[in-house]
Design a protein around this ligand. Structure first.
Ligand code: UDP
Length: 390
C-alpha cells in the first residue's frame, strides 16, 4: 500500500521516540507517529514558564538517571546533561529532614549522634519484629528496612496519600526504589549517571525525531474510527508499535487495569525561592498533597534567565485514575497482575503489533528503563518486522 508508511507508532513518549529514531537510522523506514495529545514526549514533556523562566514538567518531576552505559551513550547523542544531582527533603511534625532516609535523617529523628554501626544496630533491633521473614509487601518491607518508628514517620502516611491502597496490599518493590543509607550520602538515586537535559526535555525529544522520514500527527486518537489513522484501518496492514494503555487496546474486554493519577495545584509566590530545594515531600497526613515541586530549583545554572523575584510551585495530589484520567502509576495488586497477564497473552497474538512503554506493558518504568526496553524491543522484534522494507 503506497499510502501507508513502513511503521506506525501510537504514542510519542520515550518508547515511541526511541523506536522511531532507531527505525529510521537502522532501516530507513518511513514512520508515522500518532499521539492523542497536542505535544510529543509523553509524561516527560516540559515547557518554559514565561513569568519565572522555570522549566515546568507538565506531568510531574522527571529526573534522568541511569547506570546503563548503552542508555547513557544513546541519550547523549541528542542532548547534553546538567550536573544536577537529585536530593529531596521531607517535612514531618514541623521539621525538615533529608531523604532518602540516611544517617542524617536517623540522627535528626532520634536526636542522636549514632555512628553507622550504632544506627544499624538500632534499626536491626527495631526491625526485629519481622526477623527471619522475607518481606512480601510494602508495609513489611518498610519496617524491615528502617524499623517501625521511622517507617511510621516517613513512609506510612506518605504512601497512604500516594497510593490510597493498604501498604500490606502494595508490592515491596515500590519502596525498594528508595535506598536507605547508613552514611550521610543524601543522593536520591544510586545510579552512575544523572542530570537534566541542558535545553530542556522537549528540545531533547525534538532532536530524536528530527528527520523528514518521521511524520508526527498530534491530536490523533487511534481509537477514533472517524479519522483514517485508527486501529481497524491499520492493524494487520502495517507494523504497529502501540504504547497506549494495553486494556484500552482490547476495549477493556477483561476489565480495567488500575492506575494512580496525579493532579497538580499551581501556586505562584512573589519571592525568588520558596522552599530552597526542588522537591519538598510532606510525610504527614495533615498536608493533603504528597509533595511540592519548585521547578526553578531544578536548573540553578539558568539563574540568569530566571525571574529573581518570582517562583512557581506545583502541589502534587494523588488519587485513583478513572478511564478519563491520565494514567501515571500502575497499582499492581495481585489481581491487577493477573489481569495484565491475560491482556499480555492477547497482545502476543496481535499480528505485527508490538506493545511497549509504561502504559503498554503496565510497568512502573523510569525514563532510562523505557529507553532500554525500546532499544531491546527494536532489535529483537521491530527490526525483524521491518526487514524487507527500504
Ligand atoms: N515514599 C515514602 N515517603 C517519601 C518518598 C517516597 O513513603 O517521602 C515511598 C512511597 O511509597 C513511594 C515510593 O517510596 O511510592 C517511591 O517513591 P519515589 O519518589 O520513587 O516515587 P515517584 O517519584 O516515582 O512517584
Amino acid at each position: 500500500d503506497d499510502q501507508l508508511p513502513d511503521l506506525v507508532i501510537v504514542g510519542a513518549g520515550l518508547f515511541g521516540l526511541t523506536v522511531a529514531q532507531q527505525a529510521v537510522e537502522k532501516t530507513g523506514a518511513r514512520v508515522v507517529m500518532l499521539d492523542v495529545r497536542d505535544h510529543i514526549g509523553g509524561n516527560a514533556y516540559s515547557y518554559f514558564d514565561k513569568e519565572t523562566g522555570a522549566e515546568i514538567h507538565k506531568y510531574g518531576a522527571h529526573l534522568f538517571h541511569t547506570s546503563s552505559e548503552v542508555v547513557w551513550k544513546y541519550v547523549n547523542r541528542f542532548t547534553t546533561f546538567t550536573n544536577y544531582v537529585h536530593r529531596v527533603y521531607t517535612t514531618h511534625n514541623g521539621e525538615v529532614f533529608p531523604l532518602p532516609i540516611n544517617l542524617g535523617t536517623v540522627n535528626q529523628f532520634f536526636r542522636a549522634s549514632y555512628t553507622p554501626a550504632e544506627a544499624k544496630a538500632l534499626i536491626d533491633e527495631q526491625a526485629g519484629e519481622l526477623a527471619g521473614k522475607d518481606p512480601q509487601n510494602l508495609n513489611d518491607k518498610g519496617i524491615s528496612l528502617i524499623g517501625r518508628p521511622l517507617y511510621e514517620a516517613f513512609i506510612k502516611n506518605y504512601t497512604a496519600k500516594q497510593w490510597q491502597t493498604d501498604p500490606t496490599e502494595l508490592p515491596a518493590s515500590i519502596i525498594s526504589r528508595l535506598p536507605v543509607r547508613f552514611n550521610y550520602d543524601s543522593r536520591y538515586f544510586k545510579d552512575t549517571w544523572e542530570g537534566l537535559p541542558t535545553d530542556g526535555y522537549t528540545a531533547w525529544f525534538e532532536r530524536m525525531i528530527d528527520d523528514p522520514r518521521i511524520e508526527v500527527k498530534l491530536g490523533v486518537d487511534f481509537f477514533d474510527e472517524s479519522q483514517p489513522w485508527n486501529k481497524s484501518a491499520l492493524v494487520g496492514r502495517v507494523p504497529v508499535v502501540y504504547t497506549g494503555p494495553i486494556d484500552r487496546y482490547f476495549n477493556y474486554s477483561h476489565g480495567e487495569l488500575k492506575w494512580r493519577t496525579v493532579d497538580f495545584v499551581e501556586r505562584r509566590y512573589d519571592e525568588g525561592d520558596h522552599f530552597g530545594c526542588p522537591v519538598m515531600n510532606f510525610a504527614d497526613s495533615d498536608v493533603p498533597y504528597t509533595r511540592a515541586i519548585e521547578f526553578k530549583n531544578f536548573n540553578p545554572e539558568r539563574r540568569a534567565q530566571q525571574n529573581p523575584d518570582k517562583t512557581v510551585v506545583w502541589e502534587e495530589y494523588s488519587r485513583f485514575a478513572s478511564r478519563e484520567d491520565e494514567p501515571y502509576y500502575p497499582i499492581n495488586t495481585e489481581s491487577d497482575k493477573s489481569l495484565y497477564e491475560t491482556y499480555s497473552e492477547l497482545a502476543d497474538q496481535e499480528p505485527n503489533v508490538v506493545f511497549g512503554g509504561r502504559l503498554g506493558t503496565y510497568k512502573y518504568y523510569d525514563m532510562h528503563q523505557v529507553i532500554a526496553t525500546a532499544l531491546a524491543s527494536f532489535e529483537r522484534t521491530i527490526e525483524p518486522m521491518l526487514a524487507g522494507k527500504e
